[in-house]
Design a protein around this ligand. Sequence first.
Ligand code: TPP
Length: 568
Amino acid sequence: EAPGTEQELTDGFHLVIDALKLNGINTIYNVPGIPITDLGRMAQAAGIRVISFRHEQNAGYAAGIAGYLTKKPGVCLTVSAPGFLNGLTALAHATTNCYPMILVSGSSEREIVDLQQGDYEEMDQLAIAKPLCKAAYRVLHAQDIGIGFARAIRAAVSGRPGGVYLDLPAKLFGQVMNAEAGQKSLVKVIDAAPAQIPSPASVKRALDVLKSAKRPLIILGKGAAYAQADEEIKSFVEKSGVPFLPMSMAKGLLPDTHPQCAGAARSTVLKDSDVVMLIGARLNWLLSHGKGKSWGEAPKKFIQVDIEPREMDSNVEIVAPVVGDIGSVVSAFNQAMATGWTAPPAEWTKAISSKREENVAKMAPKLMNNKSPMDYHGALGVLKNVIKEYPEAILVNEGANTLDLARGVIDMYKPRKRLDVGTWGVMGIGMGQAIAAALETGHPVLAVEGDSAFGFSGMEVETICRYNLPICVVIFNNDGIYRGTDVNGANADPATTVFVKGARYDKMMEAFGGVGVNATSPDELKRAVNEAMKSGKPTLINAVIDPAAGSESGRIGNLNPQSVLQKK
Ligand code: TPP
């Protein structure tokens, strides 16, 4: 460089922003602070949407679900140690649920952290993140930012998607380098999630087993919804004539009202089926590990479609494993079936239809009751009709009874419209997921929340108001966790599961300029939700539910350990 000639420079801040933009990542979910405040400002100035939350966990849940909805990694940006730890829960959740997400955290000076000399927010974040995510990387030099992001993006979305941690020490942001060399160091990730074509033999084996069934069943998991192979999956299910059972977040992949949907006959189909094809669904606790009472006595054969080879035989023998991405596998099925297919015996499909009709008929009158205070069914009957009228709306759902009953009652009509607590049954996903869903899809969001569940992320109603998002939060307020009626006989403290009685959550929304409504009957609830869906204004409805309604842990009370010494 001749003295006096100005060299054009770039730095770590700009390279991070350029790396994101080059890879089509246009939204960051963050909470500002040292050392990433300026990064957020500069990213915003450069045209990236930088959404600031009140707590990193909620920003992280937003990033995770954004990844699920878009198949691009959702990015969460946090400060060091405490901010990182707050985001880490969401990163682990994303990994467990197979959502592509990148947690980018600023960190303290390596030299000081590694000698444990007590830096500002000192923590060996990389080491802590590693066991909780799919991959974890650190970038020490500005010229490696491009490669660092490329690795993070590829790791998040390829194969089975998951969470990736990217550690960016504070010093990195200010490092300067030649601008042209900087641009050249960036990597645009080509074919980040390559198709994984199943072997022809595995496809044939699977279809042979399915064909041999007398009482076949297809189970669709959220992996199938994630694949965005909606038309292929629909053709396959319809061509096969096999009844299907959607897992919670696969609801709507085919409408719950589809004639082949066995959702309302779940226990019958699990017990009585002889061949079960799992598509993007794992045999984890949500399916009782593929064995035991809920699966009945008769021998069962499992076919499993999954992108992750190690998923096979994880709990029971899989007689026909098909490893590949779901879109490729299902289109291979469709091609193979084009030459001829026989629908399953009518005896089986009719038995399921009549069970389903029986269960739906049993439920119907409960959903029409106009009791005040409301019970779950009266309130859910209203919300079922709202989703029927607004099938494009996204339903976010958490709680115990509020979750389990809403899952059963509210029919979904379109893919990826139901977002809930996922594999862990985690409370706290509500507001983060609602915010990301509104931002990423542009559709209105209905968040149906237990009062306890809402509390985990409730402060984000300010975020909802700040960004003026079309989110209607309905809180099923029964004064506590599961119920509001527990009494503590031991001392003057309230029972461990109860909250302040008659709380008015709607006032929280009003505090930030949103619409708050207190609804004490199904009629009032209906009016308020319809108004919110029409107006698109941030709305919170405090739906007053009978404190005695609800059972311990909703539908999974059997998982509570029991003391033999002290009966409840
Ligand atoms: N903490 C986390 C992070 N996740 C959890 N699942 C729990 C605690 C335990 N838990 C399960 S459901 C629930 C809690 C605390 C709340 C249930 O009450 P609510 O949301 O009011 O729903 P309801 O059953 O009353 O409808």
